[in-house]
Design a protein around this ligand. Sequence first.
Ligand code: SF4
Length: 380
Amino acid sequence: QCVAVCPTAALTEVNYTNKVWEAINDPDKHVVVQTAPAIRVAIGELFDMEIGTIVTGKLVTALKRMGFDAVFDTDFGADLTIIEEASELIDRIKNNKTLPMLTSCCPAWIKFIEHQFPELIEIPSTCKSPHIMFGTIVKTYYAEKKGLNPKDIVVVSVMPCIAKKAEAERPELTKDNHNNVDLVITTRELGAMIKEAGIDFANLPDSDFDNPLGESTGASVIFGTTGGVIEAAIRTVYEWMTGEELDEVEFTQLRGIKGLREATVDIAGRKLRIGIANGLGNARRLLESIRDGKEKYDAIEIMACPGGCIGGGGQPYHHGNYEVVKKRQEALYREDRNKKLRKSHENPFVKKLYEEYLGKPYGQKAHDLLHTHYEKKERI
Ligand code: SF4
């Protein structure tokens, strides 16, 4: 068994690539793969492509050639997360509930808060992270649509992240004792599998993700960078709270690579104060300032890895070179600008999912399937 140390020094990486091949080769299994936003701007580096090359289409072709039954996009799950997270933030603001709300897609920080800041356990959003939401929808809505038994579906997540392997096993994120995501592999592991399959990645033609769970907006693409999740949420919160269309969707005040940032966004006369942290020490400082009452925010985003998921522990090694991380970040912003739709609530397939299956955003069924809760744990 191959293990590598997580950059957060909290976890070890278990290599599931053999299990993924076994599932692909099992004729009784329907194997669905989803890829996180940060993968498409980094995996090309493993095939000697220029840093910051966007390889979304080649990635999809490679996954199809490897034999997956359906190739979907975690970005769909990210758009879905924004619908729920934006609804939750508006609910917390309007009904004087706990603020700030912490976006909840980084499992390393959820775990950190549980153990190190139990007094702040109410601040993380109750939304499951995008790949877990996605897996939940595959094993319910998609299974029903395709007439498949969820037990015969294997959901594989390709993530920039080592912590996502442990996240997929968390009892709070499983359903009826079954994992919503069965196997998590990293960008590096997928690169190794593509090489093992003898696929000439750099020269592949482009393909599109499969539908209905492959459509995404620019808002979901920027999830891969520090500041991206909160910017995606604000695009939706703004339009829903004001009832007005955003002229300019790029909230540049939320962007950058600095470890600790803050910005104020005016929404319908209410000034939302936002804090953003990436990297271990910065995130701790942000949480301490909130715990000690020194700073007050309405929403915060924390990513454990420097630069966010683009600098994640499962990505091609960048050896602490911020120029690499910045080029990946620029590539994500380019990909966002290339998208026809740039706000999560405009994703037509997400809208259809609510119409056909989930009902109201932040409603009962959405709560049952897409939300969870966290508990205080012993300090370690
Ligand atoms: Fe994983 Fe790092 Fe992204 Fe957090 S910031 S979700 S630990 S890759």
